[in-house]
Design a protein around this ligand. Sequence first.
Ligand code: SF4
Length: 376
Amino acid sequence: MKEVPDTAVLAARLLPWFRRHGRRHLPWQSDPTPYRVWISEVMLQQTQVETAIPYFQQFIERFPDVGSLAAASLDEVLHLWSGLGYYARARNLHRAANEIVLRRDRQIPETLVELMALPGVGRSTAGAVLALARGQRHAILDGNVKRVLARMFCIRDRPGNSETTARLWQLADQCTPTARVAEYTQAIMDLGATVCTRANPGCNHCPVSADCGALAANCVQELPARRIRGTRRLRQTQMVFVLRNGREVLLRKRAPQGIWGGLWVPPEFPRAAVARAWCGSTFGVATRQLQRLPVLRHSFTHFDLDIESWVLKLQHDNSRVEEPGSVWYTYDAPQSLGLPAPVSRLIEACFADDKNGSMRDARPRGGRPRPRALSG
Ligand code: SF4
């Protein structure tokens, strides 16, 4: 066995394996148009296949082509993306669809350079679209492919630096065959997803084990080299869930950029005292009329966010919060708006508690608080 294999070996081994063991029933494979492949590739960035499948199906059902995606509001696009995370992907898809409609006569570009000029389309996504949907010879380098190549060719350098990335792209390109490119592209993605997995790779039934550099050098578990991660930061926020009519909650739209950009969240405050003061000045309620929910920790790529939640149940409508950029979100007949997953969970918790009668009604200070309803 050679310690470092020929690049031609990969396709020769993978294509027969793919015919027997490859994944052929993923929803985007049934009709691999450039549009469907593009949507699936964007969803699969940072997301497992099993998680992406129902999102893809819903998205394609609502937006079957680039025209319908461009014509939709960003709120609706984010609504269908809610829970998938990394919302810049959805915002970029929407922007790119509008560019394709306005400047490209609704035609998805057919060259790598033109595809990469669209918002949110990198070299690997563009390569995948052209390879899988058009059979053009382009390499891809997603997380699965990087892992396979790093192990096959014993790349010990840390990922992320430009030399390592350039080396991996060079290998990815050299390994890509001139024929049956679509099959090969799916095959190498499948190998990384189902056999050459990060933990417990299945080397004993791997089609390229006889040529794998990492297996020969007995360093499979060490590759790919781990990134050096900085210390995770912890951020905190205070959210106030204002409920009215037993079925509505006040939400505000976040600025279009950044974390949760364009999504809808409850009024947020940096400190508990500021949140309580806002409840007092806006609704005239005392702190004791607010209910506190357990702190919810949500993890982003580079930091954790602790969300402390206050629940305020209004007994009467209050028009002072009908400000631009805010909405009364109806829990049991929700509008098509994008909500971050932890906010959806907290809204669920608010209304679950509300149904159990365990939450206090908030009346203006000085009014007699209604007796707490007891469940059971
Ligand atoms: S032999 Fe093991 S480490 Fe090498 S490519 Fe196959 S699964 Fe990955």
